[in-house]
Design a protein around this ligand. Structure first.
Ligand code: GDP
Ligand code: ZN
Length: 470
């Protein structure tokens, strides 16, 4: 048995609320088993070993009212999620039953758990580090194969391991520097300065790689917003429907009928795309409602992470399309995919002239030719979209560590800044004291990620993001 920190026992519904075949109510804490035993039909529970299952009935000890037939799973300290005694009661999944059972357990001495409190206890008892605890939340929220894989890697400690190695190597140097300071004499150098410079460069490289992965990590976790813009009747709504494979946007042959934004999500190879259909862009809006739509379109483009510029191959010239794209993305660093629509109507010569015009110039824009109506060329479009989002190296993501958490990215940035200060200190022959201080700051920033260094505020802000019962 390990020494645990908490004297109270928490309880919560751990499955989603609402009707279901089963609902699981979880208790954790020193009295988890004793409290359950007061309402459970089999008193043998008190002496039962960990990792055992018990079938029986629950009764309200005051009224003797039968509550439900249940299965009780028992885990004993320290072999449980929280490292405390844990009981999981599987009852029938009715809101009424759950409320009754919870009420009785509360009356018998349990306390309702706060958001994330089970995972917080697991962290505080050393069952997992902070990055792993956060991965629990990510794993629960993951909705694609890719986000699931990334969260699972973090939960199993891949990221934490990488950080521990970095910290371990820096700590050795920090210790030598501190030793020099303790020694107090001017000329003593225990820490080899050129070795430190090499180590800094290496650690810096690893951190830079992790920060680069955050861009992709963010996309994997939160999806990417892609705006579909273009002149009225280019086929935006038709394309959106084709991408969503269902009749969601209203398609009409009267220009300017898409006045509101229609958006929906599609998962392409594990990356969630949120496609936003916009009102048509044109220089002289036919009416005021459309003018509002146009200005909102520009606003949407500014907030998007990717622009699909759609045009009707039979209606415009390559030069017009290029200048419309330039106008729309002026001042923005926005990946663009130009999509020429209605290949079923455009002559082969027209299509060839667009291909030539988009491959030629100094700044090529990826061009895809489709027929959104008859759903032709959509595979090539998907390929082009994915290429814009993830660059060339997504294939490596199965094994590589990907930072998905903003808090981690910020801490890595802080660490990198302090390491840069150490490097500058070395370059300018600054005193040991300054080097040691900057190195300590860098170590603290790295330690914050896994929670080796943490504050109550930080823990509160992390765990309240969880839902109750986790
Ligand atoms: P939006 O104003 O850009 O949203 O354009 P819509 O999606 O409403 O389409 C305008 C018109 O073009 C509709 O009549 C569509 O059926 C038609 N259209 C869209 N895509 C194609 C296509 O690939 N081929 C042909 N022939 N017509 C298309
Ligand atoms: Zn439309």
């Amino acid at each position: 048995m390990v020494q645990t920190i908490f004297s109270d026992t928490i309880v919560a519904l751990s499955t989603p609320p609402g009707a279901g075949a089963l609902a699981v109510i979880r208790l954790s804490g020193p009295a988890a088993i004793a409290i359950t035993a007061t309402v459970f039909s089999k008193k043998s529970l008190l002496a039962a070993p960990g990792h055992s299952l018990h079938y029986g009935t629950l009764r309200d000890p005051e009224t003797q009212q039968l509550l439900d037939e249940v299965v009780v799973a028992l885990y004993r300290n320290p072999r449980s999620f929280t490292r405390e005694d844990v009981v999981e009661i599987s009852c029938h999944g009715s809101d009424y039953v759950v409320r009754q059972v919870l009420a009785v357990l509360l009356r018998q001495g349990a306390r309702l758990a706060e958001a994330g409190e089970f995972t917080k206890r697991a962290f505080l008892h050393g069952a997992m580090d902070l990055a792993q605890a956060e991965a629990v939340a990510d794993l629960i929220a993951s909705d694609s194969a890719l986000s699931h894989r990334v969260a699972l890697n973090q939960l199993r400690g891949g990221f934490s391991q990488e950080l521990r190695e970095l910290r371990g190597r820096l700590i050795k140097f920090a210790a030598l520097l501190e030793l020099e300071l303790d020694f107090g004499e001017e000329d003593v150098e225990f820490a080899d300065r050129s070795g430190l410079a090499l180590l800094l460069a290496e650690v810096w490289g690893v951190i830079a790689g992790l920060l680069r992965s955050f861009e992709l990590g963010n996309v994997i976790k939160n999806g990417i917003t892609a705006v579909i813009a273009g002149r009225p009747n280019a086929g935006k709504s038709t394309l959106l429907n084709a991408l969503l494979r269902e009749e969601r946007a209203i398609v009409s042959a009267i220009p300017g009928t898409t006045r509101d934004f229609i958006e929906d999500e599609v998962s392409l190879e594990g990356i969630r795309f949120r496609f936003v259909d916009t009102a048509g862009l044109r220089d002289n809006p036919a009416d005021e409602i459309e003018a509002i739509g146009v200005s909102r379109t520009r606003q949407r483009v500014r907030q998007a992470a990717l622009l699909l510029y759609l045009f009707d191959l039979t209606e415009v010239t390559p030069a017009e399309v290029r200048s419309e794209i330039e106008e729309l993305t002026e001042g923005l660093h926005l990946p663009v995919v130009a999509v020429g629509n209605k290949t079923d109507l455009a002559s082969p010569e027209t299509q060839a002239s667009f291909v030539a015009a988009f491959e030629g110039p100094a700044q090529p824009v990826p061009l895809v030719l489709v027929a959104a109506g008859p759903k032709q060329g959509l595979d090539a479009l998907q390929t082009a979209l994915l290429a814009q989002v993830r660059g060339s190296d997504l294939e490596n993501t199965a094994s590589a560590t990907i930072v998905t958490n903003v808090r981690h990215a910020r801490a890595l940035e802080t660490a990198a800044a302090h390491l840069a200060a150490v490097q500058a200190g070395l370059d300018n022959n600054r005193g040991t004291e300054l080097l040691a201080a900057d190195l300590r700051h860098a170590l603290a920033a790295l330690g914050e990620i896994t929670g080796e260094i943490s504050s109550e505020d930080l823990l509160t802000s992390i765990f309240t993001e969880f839902c109750i019962g986790k």
